[in-house]
Design a protein around this ligand. Structure first.
Ligand SMILES: Cc1cc2nc3c(=O)[nH]c(=O)nc-3n(C[C@H](O)[C@H](O)[C@H](O)COP(=O)(O)OP(=O)(O)OC[C@H]3O[C@@H](n4cnc5c(N)ncnc54)[C@H](O)[C@@H]3O)c2cc1C
Length: 479
């Protein structure tokens, strides 16, 4: 690649200020929130419009430089890490809300708008954007779309893919295509559906049409403390079996609870082994019946104590506890390797026990934060990145936990994507034929393999990943 010439041409497109090449600047983009894998980009380019993205991608294509789109860099699977170098392309200057249609309940936005930014902008119309990752204050619509993000309320309202009507994207040759739009449509292949969750490997999304959701008439939020995760897990299965679909059912273990309390001083009960948050919402008529039934079930399943939020302020404080849980783990170790396996809800108890055994085997503290209602587990393995033995233990433990999820009838990822983190596990979850179908589709969009290479779909066995920077996981070759 002829980087110097490319850099000069890129400066002409976006301006000197928006092409970064000093080591200090590049270091800010060497990873996302998965901090085990670090790789410096060669350049960081910050475009401000679809046309600028198109020109940047044309230059990258001309010089055959890999390009990795980036949102806020909160990803937990290394998706925005430039594992083959090249251009890191943050879309964070593209933050315009282009239009809001309250009657159609849609919004047309640029990819750099934060998730919460959309909900704040449409709140005056009694609407919100339903996918609510815990990172919603920082993470962008582009990143949410590329990872098919979920959140606490995915249980009832579904993942990002259910809330994206259409998108505009710059393809790998720099041309601009629009798939779907601000309407419901079933014409041709569902390429919007293909792009959602494609982790930046098919092109760069520059505009998105979002489906908005009316705010619920009434909401009730409960904290239930349990002696252990297992009894909390039993309550979760029982609530769903009773025919109730809460808006959210989230569970955190004692370790996470303690870290949250030490950080936020919310008065949480630290004698409990697990905390379950259940939120029910809907029309006013009927909510009281759901509330009573949920309370009856959690006590039947050995809840130690139950507290309902009395008002919006108390509800916000409950969600603050849950959404701050990952950050609070920094009190225990500087690094957390957050897994994202999915299991059938009915196997929750077994999974909880196996994770504890794996943690003991590798002598790793593991905190457990679950979207328990839909079986999406986030065990966080806490470690020190500068300790090779601990890193090796993390990689081996992670592999065992992910394979356990697949063996229990689940899968590798519920919402964080594959990125670099779970790449080696893909053949465990998919056959070679299935992986080949993904490779072929990717090659149609990106024949030269320039869009976020080294992510999502592993190269065929015979090829290996070409041009990869030496990553810590490869040096330690634990898996
Ligand atoms: C504390 C914490 C809590 C979290 N909680 C949740 C949660 O509850 N649910 C959940 O789903 N995730 C969660 N995450 C993970 C992360 O926030 C999400 O994956 C989020 O969607 C990433 O958005 P981002 O803007 O940070 O994207 P980035 O991390 O910058 O990028 C993510 C991927 O998207 C691609 N990408 C970004 N923008 C574009 C674009 N415009 N076009 C094409 N590709 C693009 C990148 O190449 C990369 O592959 C959490 C992370 C943290 C740190």
């Amino acid at each position: 690649m002829s980087l110097k010439e490319a850099e000069q041409e890129l400066v002409e497109v976006v301006g000197r200020k928006y092409v970064l090449s000093s080591r200090t600047d590049l270091a800010l983009y060497e990873c996302d929130a998965e901090t085990l894998d670090l790789a410096l980009p060669d350049l960081v380019v910050l475009p401000a419009s679809t046309d600028e993205v198109s020109s940047v991608v044309k230059i990258a294509n001309k010089y055959k430089i890999p390009i990795t789109p980036r949102g806020a860099g909160t990803g937990l699977s290394g998706g925005a890490t430039t594992v083959t170098g090249g251009i890191s392309l943050p879309l964070t200057r593209m933050t315009r809300i282009l239009s809001i249609d309250p009657d159609e309940m849609t919004a047309h936005v640029e990819p750099g708008v934060t998730n919460i930014g959309v909900s704040r902008a449409v709140h005056k119309h009694g609407l919100y954007f339903a996918p609510d990752p815990s990172s919603q204050v920082a993470s962008t619509i582009g990143g949410n779309l590329a990872e098919n993000a979920g959140g606490a309320h995915t249980l009832k309202y579904g993942m990002t893919t259910r809330h994206v009507l259409g998108l505009r994207m710059v393809l790998s040759d720099g041309s601009i295509a629009t798939f779907g739009g601000p309407w419901r449509s079933s014409i041709g292949l569902d390429l919007t559906g293909v792009v959602v969750g494609s982790e930046g490997t098919l092109g760069v999304v520059t505009e998105v049409w979002l489906r908005l959701t009316p705010e619920a008439q009434s909401v009730e939020t409960m904290l239930a403390y349990f002696p252990d995760l297992e009894s909390g897990g039993d309550a979760v299965s029982r609530i769903i079996a009773a025919g109730i679909i809460p808006a959210a059912m989230e569970m955190i273990d004692r370790l996470s609870l303690t870290c949250v309390e030490q950080s936020l001083h919310l008065g949480l009960n630290l004698d409990a082994g697990a905390l379950l948050i259940v939120e029910v919402d809907g029309p006013r008529a009927g909510i009281e019946i759901q509330r009573k039934e949920v309370e009856r079930i959690v006590f039947e399943k050995n809840a130690l104590e139950v507290k309902w939020a009395h008002d919006a302020k108390e509800r916000a404080s409950i969600w603050k506890a849950r959404k701050s849980a990952f950050g609070a783990l920094g009190r225990i170790a500087p690094n957390a390797y957050v897994l994202d396996g999915v299991i059938p809800r009915s196997r929750l108890k077994e999974a909880i026990q196996e994770i504890a055994q794996i943690g003991a085997k590798y002598k790793l503290p593991i905190s457990n934060i679950y979207h328990a209602g839909d079986g999406n587990l986030h065990p966080a393995l806490l470690y020190h990145r500068d300790d090779d033995d601990e890193v090796r233990a993390v990689l081996l433990a992670a592999k065992e936990i992910l394979e356990m999820c697949v063996n229990l009838g689940g899968t590798l990822s519920g919402e964080h994507g594959i990125g670099i983190e779970k790449l080696a596990e893909m053949p465990f979850a998919f056959t070679e034929e299935e992986l080949n179908a993904m490779r072929s589709l990717r090659a149609c969009f990106d024949p030269d393999g320039l869009c976020n290479p080294g992510k999502l779909v592993p190269a065929p066995k015979t090829c290996g990943e070409s041009g990869m920077r030496p990553l810590l996981r490869h040096r330690l070759s634990a898996c």
